[in-house]
Design a protein around this ligand. Structure first.
Ligand SMILES: CC(C)(COP(=O)(O)OP(=O)(O)OC[C@H]1O[C@@H](n2cnc3c(N)ncnc32)[C@H](O)[C@@H]1OP(=O)(O)O)[C@@H](O)C(=O)NCCC(=O)NCCS
Length: 198
């Protein structure tokens, strides 16, 4: 039973805000807000070629950051950011949680015999700033992310466009939080589909 609706998030985006600590460093994990365009643009523009090769949910540019911040639509897509607070705040992670599933995922999962339900399932695409990858930040952000998905009444989470079969860190990361490798598909490269039942 959902305890939270997207409408609640429109009126109070901070109901899903959490503070975590990366060592002694406080990190605020919260929904993207209209005023974040500059910081999000810096985050996108700072991502390395290697990270861009792994992560491409949309253009990773300052213009796209402006567009996203001008059109926040929590009824269908939650965009979380991890922020280092202070005089010069910095975004160090950006996690997308789509409340629903896209036709591509629906078709692939049907082929695995695991039908998805757009009304109850959701789609995930996480990224962490290069300087923070492999340092435990993503792992700190997963419990609040999963908690939000659960409170929104979601049944399962699948990966947006799967994950590249060579992306060992991402695969280890998803497995750590209980995602199961459910199938494979080929684009120009080999990819895994992974699903977590909440
Ligand atoms: C995938 C990603 C979101 C994970 O976040 P993160 O903060 O780097 O992850 P963490 O450091 O919390 O955890 C990574 C886990 O993988 C393990 N790991 C790290 N490098 C690894 C490697 N090369 N092979 C296998 N496991 C690895 C770590 O040991 C850790 O597990 P542990 O806590 O049990 O030791 C982040 O690395 C990222 O943004 N990568 C680039 C973009 C991307 O690939 N996004 C996902 C697209 S599907």
């Amino acid at each position: 039973m959902a305890t939270l609706s997207p409408n609640d998030l429109i009126h109070n985006p901070h109901v899903v805000t959490k503070q975590v600590y990366l060592g002694a460093q406080p990190v605020i994990f919260r929904l993207l807000l209209a005023g974040d365009a500059l910081l999000l643009g810096r985050y996108f523009e700072g991502l390395s070629a290697e990270t861009r090769r792994r992560y491409g949910p949309h253009p990773l540019t300052a213009d796209e950051a402006e567009r996203l911040c001008a059109t926040i639509a929590v009824h269908d897509t939650l965009r979380f950011v991890a922020l280092l607070p202070g005089e010069t705040p910095e975004i160090v992670a950006y996690f997308i949680l789509v409340l629903g599933v896209r036709d591509n995922e629906i078709a692939r999962y049907a082929g695995y015999g695991e039908p998805l339900d757009p009304a109850r399932d959701c789609t995930f695409a996480p990224s962490v700033a290069d300087a923070y990858q492999g340092r435990g930040l993503g792992s700190l952000l997963m419990p609040p992310l999963l908690d939000a998905a659960q409170r929104l009444g979601r049944r399962a989470i699948v990966l947006m466009a799967g994950t590249q079969a060579t992306n060992a860190r991402a695969i280890a990361f998803y497995r750590k939080f209980g995602f199961e490798h459910i199938g494979d598909f080929q684009t120009e490269i080999a990819n895994h589909d992974m699903i977590l039942y909440l």
